[in-house]
Design a protein around this ligand. Structure first.
Ligand code: DER
Length: 235
């Protein structure tokens, strides 16, 4: 499909630009775009990849690395990462991202921060001027299960009346993250999204919040595959 082609194009271009022979420790994100990142890295050949270690951002990411026959490492052994490549749910004109559509954003943010270079890959639907333009589900917030009800009230008070606990589709009850936590999805109006760093700070301060799916001032570049086969690069 056009969207899958756009994801592949973004992923291939980003890998070609940012995963170079001297890069040895590589973070792999989560979602449906990063499989193309792994494909392109495998295409670089066994020789260069035999000297590398790949750090996952969750269960899906770990499976990707193992199934591709790449060497798996963890962030305890490799706390300093050369490059991490990840997807996003939306990216604004200042490279701020909403992430967490896949409920993996705690480990994703750890590996984004641990990386010398953090690069985002996405299809054209994620390329916005202001956050909240296309991704309407709200800011994903990983929360301690014990605190979720109180947090829902506090997030409502912060301006997200429609905030909800993310319920699972193939399981009765809420989504449970790789870290054993719940996720609250908190939509805000445009005025809040226009200053994502303040929104991040206010949300992060709430007791019981584990991590907020706003990645501000972290991305070095974002690659978007377009419907016409071109690539848009935001830096
Ligand atoms: O959860 C995340 O932040 C993932 O990176 C994810 O939302 C990206 O989604 P996609 O690559 O499947 O569009």
């Amino acid at each position: 499909t056009v969207i899958e082609g756009a994801k592949q194009l973004a992923a291939y271009t980003a890998v070609d630009h940012h995963i170079l022979p001297h890069h040895k420790v590589i973070g792999i994100g989560s979602g449906s775009t990063v499989p193309y990142v792994v494909d392109r890295i495998v295409q670089q050949g066994k020789e260069v990849n035999s000297g590398r270690v790949f750090i996952p951002t969750g269960f899906q990411s770990k499976e990707l690395i193992v199934k591709a026959g790449l060497i798996l490492g963890d962030v305890d052994q490799y706390p300093n990462i050369d490059v991490t490549v990840d997807g996003a749910d939306e990216v604004d004109s200042d490279l701020n991202c909403i992430k967490g559509g896949g409920a993996c954003h705690l480990r994703e943010k750890v590996l984004a921060e641990a990386a010398e270079t953090w690069v985002v890959v996405a299809d054209y639907r994620k390329n916005s001027k202001v956050l909240g333009t296309t991704y309407k589900q709200g800011v994903p917030i990983e929360v301690a299960p014990f605190a979720y009800a109180k947090l829902l009230q506090n997030v409502h008070r912060l301006g997200s009346e429609k905030a909800v606990l993310r319920m699972a589709k193939a399981k009765a009850g809420p989504v449970v993250t790789d870290n054993g936590n719940f996720v609250i999805d908190a939509p805000f109006d445009e005025s809040k999204y226009k200053d994502p760093h303040s929104l991040l700070t206010n949300l992060k301060m709430l007791t019981g919040v584990v991590e907020v799916g706003l990645f501000c001032r972290m991305a070095k570049a974002a690659y978007f595959g377009n419907q016409d086969g071109s690539v848009t690069i935001k830096r």
